[in-house]
Design a protein around this ligand. Structure first.
Ligand SMILES: *Cc1c(COP(=O)(O)O)cnc(C)c1O
Length: 433
């Protein structure tokens, strides 16, 4: 399998090139050159066995020319010691929980797969440094995904005082090949430092520096796998034969565009709902046909605060840049903070279930289509967003303890280096580790 840029189909790249580059040289995003087709019988048989059996089959469709099947299976096993679960509330309301991984957010599915695949693809004599600027969630998922992956080091830049104690502890208690750098500045400073380093391509080539940005092909592709599993679990639970409607809480649209990829591979799906918070560039586009990127607005579902989603380009590529084809498959939805808070309270009142603010947007999107049957994706565990739940729910609704795995991180000593917002200092650090 070769990979091409969303902006020019004429030049193709190998898997290794695409994975290392992250972004295509013309500024586009990498896509598979052709879209493999699944056998739904095989999907059902393997899903009944385990998530990993299904994921290995799907991964083989993409990577089978580059790696032996046994190695792909090994990469999947190394990435996933957790699986999605379906929670059902009544005949119509179901959610696919994607937060049972080590950092309690769905980004584990992409980041951990990328970690284990890069471990396999990397030539053993060339050490790779994964440099990532983070405002919280991405950093913990990437740190977890690359922790102990041979031949790699991870450098995380995060803004001092702007990430939650829980997020900081997830990034700074792993040790080993993970090097957290607390930057005396804002997230924008962190991002600028990383961009300055990446812009120096000579420096990056010499020191083997690459990014684990969410647009990386190896983070994006495996996100198509859980849609098939969700379809299997939902069909089995409901006994329904028709294709489901799937609501996807969205920010940078990696998740939703991976769902569209799954549909092109043969996933039965009636429709996707692009469920956004007040940052509603894509729902607006679906309504007006006009794409108006703008600065993001801060909301309660802050991992979805994106004003110019990178993966919009993949969505357009997957529908051949034809609005009507996109419209046939995707509808938009957006919710204000007020409605998100109310939804968290409603889900608790009706079902005794605690929902994080991002997943609550998916719930609202599903409910906005009263005739539709299907499920929404739950993208984070509520324990990661307790501050928001405290605003929305009575005190007695909130559990006192964190889940044991998070509690454990909170107890461990945090180890990090500190630095001013200075790209030259960062370069010196990267040369020294
Ligand atoms: C990253 C994230 C999202 C948004 O996913 P995209 O793929 O960027 O659309 C939603 N919810 C949570 C909890 C996230 O961390």
């Amino acid at each position: 399998m070769k990979y091409i840029s969303t902006r020019s189909p004429h030049r193709s790249f190998t898997l290794r090139e695409a994975a290392r580059l992250g972004l295509a040289p013309d500024g586009g995003l990498f896509m598979p050159e052709r879209i493999p087709q699944v056998s739904l019988d095989t999907v059902q048989t393997l899903a009944a066995e385990s998530y990993n059996a299904l994921a290995a089959y799907l991964a083989d469709l993409f990577f089978g020319d580059d790696l032996p099947s046994a190695q792909i299976e090994q990469a999947v096993a190394q990435a996933y010691d957790f699986a999605p679960r379906l929670a059902s509330f009544d005949e119509r309301l179901h959610t696919l929980e994607l937060f049972h991984g080590p950092t309690f957010a769905f980004k584990d599915f992409g980041a951990r797969f990328m970690g284990s695949m890069l471990g396999l693809l990397n030539d053993s004599d060339r050490e790779l440094i994964i440099l990532t600027a983070t405002s919280g969630d991405t950093g913990s998922a990437v740190a977890g995904g690359f922790h102990d992956v041979p031949g790699t080091k991870v450098v995380l830049l995060y803004p001092s005082g702007r990430v939650s104690p829980l997020q900081e502890s997830q990034m700074t208690t792993l040790g080993g090949n993970v090097h957290p750098l607390k930057i005396d500045g804002s997230f924008d400073d962190c991002q600028r430092m990383a961009k300055t380093v990446f812009a120096d391509t000579d420096f990056c080539r010499r020191h083997g520096i690459t990014s684990a940005n969410s647009i990386n092909l190896l983070r994006w592709l495996p996100q198509s796998f859980y849609y098939f599993y969700g379809w299997y679990l939902w069909s089995r639970a409901t006994g329904r034969a028709e294709p489901p409607t799937i609501a996807v809480p969205s920010g940078n649209y990696g998740n939703l565009s991976a769902g569209m990829l799954a549909a092109r591979m043969g996933l039965p799906v009636k429709r996707f709902i692009a469920a956004s918070n007040a940052n509603d560039v894509v729902p607006e586009f679906l309504r007006t046909r006009e794409y108006r990127p703008r600065p993001s607005i801060r909301t309660l579902a802050n991992a979805m605060d994106v004003g110019d989603p990178s993966n919009f380009e993949r969505m357009m590529a997957l529908c051949g840049a034809e609005f009507d084809r996109l419209w046939a498959q995707v509808r938009g939805f957006s919710a204000s903070d007020y409605r998100i808070r109310k939804a968290i309270a409603e889900i608790y009142d009706r079902f005794g279930y605690l929902s994080d603010p991002h997943s609550a947007v998916g719930y609202l999107a599903m409910k906005s289509r009263p005739a539709a049957h299907g499920f929404w994706l739950s993208t984070a565990h509520e324990a990661k967003f307790r501050e928001v739940l405290q605003e929305a729910l009575p005190a007695e609704a909130i559990p006192h303890a964190l889940p044991p795995a998070l509690e454990e991180h909170m107890r461990l000593p945090r180890v990090f280096d500190t630095m001013g917002p200075d790209a030259d200092q960062l370069k010196a650090f990267l040369q020294g580790i």
